[in-house]
Design a protein around this ligand. Structure first.
Ligand code: PMP
Length: 306
């Protein structure tokens, strides 16, 4: 296998050499923001497509803005650095990309101001995130972090303690994934995914004001539901009991892609297997992600020269 590289302190270095010191502010206080991006290998075209690369770096930029991190590269530069990194690592298969902008200063003190910042990007192979064909989800005893406590539309490393608590509780209790309610008791999202329901042919997902992370896959799925399947989509508050009576339910995320939910809190959802709308949406998503649907080819950044 080729040496995997990382972008680290302004340079491309072998991943094994990209190390930070133990006093790094972000390591001590969770003061970093990150992204997860997938690259899809299109075998027919012998091309690697980075999916929604610009949108991921725009979200990283927004996260930095919220967390007072001075990101010294433009979105365009970060996209170029990423494709260069993938070429240097000779990636010709599906890949996961992990950029992190972080408070790199090695100083003590819980604050956001007057700390040096840096950005690093790594890439690594990464398979399915949720193994189950149809996941059994648990509505978590942990509530989703509220935006009045920490800014939930920023993808801040420290906030992921919330997700980790919920995920581990669910898995240790025998489930595959957690669904978190927000402080109001409405459905917010999965531990690392947005959530969708289908009821009577309508696609329903918690609104942006429900303390969700504003998922990029969520946006893609909403667009494809409307444009490819002709569905109507409702972004609104969703009650817990609405989950139980949905015809179909699925989770979306860069890591989870479109993950079918078969059961929630021991109640079967629909047939308990993938439903007709989820089948079509997942297919539409894959066609777009792999760059096969040329109508949406602008979602895909080619890594290798044509
Ligand atoms: N919610 C949370 C908490 C997440 O970590 C993720 C993954 N980034 C998502 C939703 C889905 O976001 P995206 O589709 O942009 O990956």
């Amino acid at each position: 296998m080729a040496t995997m590289y990382a972008f680290f302190k302004g340079d491309f270095v072998p991943l094994s050499e990209a190390k930070i010191g133990i006093l790094t502010h972000a390591f001590n206080y969770g003061t970093a923001v990150f992204e997860g991006i997938r690259g899809y290998w299109n075998e027919d075209e012998q091309q690697l497509y980075a999916f929604k690369l610009t949108e991921h770096y725009q979200r990283l930029r927004n996260s930095c803005h919220i967390l007072n991190i001075n990101l010294r590269y433009s979105v365009k530069e970060l996209c170029e650095i990423t494709t260069e990194l993938l070429r240097r690592s000779e990636v010709r298969s599906n890949i996961y990309i992990r950029p992190i902008a972080y408070k790199s200063g090695e100083v003590l003190g819980v604050r956001l101001h007057n700390i040096d910042d840096d950005v690093t990007i790594a890439c690594l192979p990464f398979g399915k995130y949720v193994e189950a064909e149809a996941a059994h989800c648990k509505v978590s005893s942990w509530r989703r972090m509220d935006d009045s406590i920490a800014p939930v539309r920023a993808k801040i490393t420290g906030i992921y303690v919330n997700s980790a608590l919920a995920k581990t509780e669910a898995v240790l209790d025998g489930y595959d994934e957690a669904i978190l309610l927000n402080g109001d008791g409405h459905v917010s999202e999965g531990s690392g995914e947005n959530i969708f329901l289908v009821r009577n042919g309508v696609l329903i997902t918690p609104a942006r004001s429900e303390n969700i992370l504003e998922g990029i896959t969520r946006d893609v799925v909403i667009q494809l539901a409307r444009e490819v399947l002709g569905m109507s989509v409702e972004e609104r508050a969703v009650d817990r009991s609405e989950l139980y009576v949905a015809d179909e339910c699925f989770l979306t995320g860069t890591a989870a892609e479109v993950t079918v939910v078969g059961k929630i809190d021991h109640r079967q959802i629909g047939t308990g297997k993938i439903g007709p709308y989820t089948t079509r949406l997942r297919q539409a998503f894959e066609d777009v992600a792999y760059g096969r649907n040329k109508k949406y080819i602008s979602f895909c950044t080619p890594v290798w020269p044509k």
